[in-house]
Each structure stands twice: as structure tokens, then as C-alpha cells.
Design a protein around this ligand. Structure first.
Ligand SMILES: Cc1cc2nc3c(=O)[nH]c(=O)nc-3n(C[C@H](O)[C@H](O)[C@H](O)COP(=O)(O)O)c2cc1C
Length: 185
């Protein structure tokens, strides 16, 4: 797919099925990710790939996090949390690994990781795959953070659910002038 066509037509897809990205596609996704803008070349990124048993493990982490937060959580809610990662054949967690830098505040490093996440979604779309960026409580949960190796100012910026679209939702028509101010006119 042409770059501009990919940019103009990307759409999040909540319902994803097999196949997920294969090894070659995964490599392209990660190479696209590390082309994210990156002030001072800090490389403030960590990508954690979950597939197969990894998705089971992530579900267990989500479920354990809920149980730790509230021991009264119902069995049904715990099971739901456990099953969440299975909404796609692959998940890539994108973590902003933040370091101290005199010219690059935390926000810029998190934005760089967010740009890496968007590059992954766009590259997936360009290769005929689909995905959706999800966050929710797990991104901010101390236990999930610990299990994924996020400490201090690190931020889990999202879980990218990736796979094949069962049905592609339409791209909404947005009026760009609603978001535009041209200075000086
Ligand atoms: C940082 C971030 C976090 C998001 N978290 C969620 C989420 O937890 N659950 C969800 O359904 N959508 C979430 N979304 C929204 C979807 O990724 C998606 O953008 C939205 O459904 C609109 O679809 P579109 O990207 O095709 O316009 C999030 C988006 C961003 C940028």
C-alpha cells in the first residue's frame, strides 16, 4: 500500500482474528517503530510481544492485578480480565522507558513511544493487517507495571492488539477545518 493511502485510510479494528503478524511482518513493525521521532536519540522504547502462551500469561497478569487491587473481585470479572488479551492473535505492549535528560522531559519521551506505537499501527495497516491501541486500567496498574518492567517515570503507553480484520469499520469523514487555525489570516 502507498504510504499516503495507508495514512489516510488507517482505522482501528476491535474485532481481530488469525493470522497475526508473521515473523517477517513483526520485524517490519518493529523497524517502523524505531523510526519514531526521538529527541536526543534516547531510544526511550521497549516493545514486548505477546502471542500464544504469552497471551495467556498477559491475561493472568491482568487478572492477578485485579485480584490484588480488590480481593473481593468476582470470579467472573477475573475470568474476563484473563480472556482480554485473546481478542487478538498478537499484542505488542509499548513501554516508554524514561531516563533523565537535561533537554528531554518525560513528556517528550512518552510522546516518542506513542509515535512508535502509531508507526506500528500504520505499518500493520500498510501490510494488510489491522489493529487497535488499547490502554485501560492495566497500563497504570502498579502490578502490571512491575511485571512488564516499568518503573519510575516509565509509562506503558499502550497495548497494540494486532491481527486480521474480520470486518473493517468505515473511516469517518472529519472536517479538518474544524481543527485548524491558520495564523496570520
Ligand atoms: C492512548 C490511547 C488509548 C486508547 N485506549 C483505548 C482502550 O483502552 N479501549 C478502546 O476501545 N479504545 C482505546 N483507544 C481508542 C482506539 O485505539 C481508537 O483510536 C478508537 O477506537 C477510534 O478508532 P480510529 O483509530 O479508527 O479512529 C485508545 C486510543 C489511544 C490513542
Amino acid at each position: 500500500m502507498e504510504a499516503l493511502e495507508a495514512l489516510l485510510s488507517r482505522k482501528s479494528t476491535p474485532r481481530l482474528s488469525e493470522p497475526g503478524p508473521d515473523q517477517q511482518q513483526l520485524e517490519i513493525l518493529l523497524r517502523a517503530a524505531v523510526r519514531a521521532p526521538d529527541h536526543a536519540a534516547l531510544r526511550p522504547w521497549q516493545f514486548i510481544v505477546f502471542e500464544g502462551k504469552g497471551l495467556d500469561d498477559l491475561g493472568q497478569i491482568f487478572s492477578d492485578a485485579l485480584a490484588r487491587k480488590d480481593p473481593e473481585t468476582s470470579e467472573a470479572a477475573l475470568e474476563k480480565a484473563k480472556s482480554r488479551p485473546h481478542r487478538a492473535p498478537m499484542i505488542i505492549a509499548v513501554v516508554a522507558k524514561v531516563s533523565e535528560h537535561p533537554k528531554v522531559p518525560v513528556i517528550e519521551q512518552v510522546l516518542s513511544a506513542g509515535s512508535a506505537a502509531q508507526n506500528i499501527l500504520l505499518a500493520a495497516h500498510a501490510m494488510g493487517l489491522a489493529g487497535i491501541w488499547r490502554t485501560g486500567d492495566p497500563c497504570f496498574d502498579p502490578y502490571v507495571r512491575e511485571r512488564l518492567g516499568a518503573s519510575g517515570d516509565d509509562q506503558i503507553v499502550g497495548f497494540l492488539y494486532l491481527g486480521t480484520a474480520s470486518a473493517v469499520p468505515p473511516v469517518p469523514e472529519l472536517e479538518v477545518s474544524d481543527f485548524l487555525k491558520v495564523w496570520g489570516k
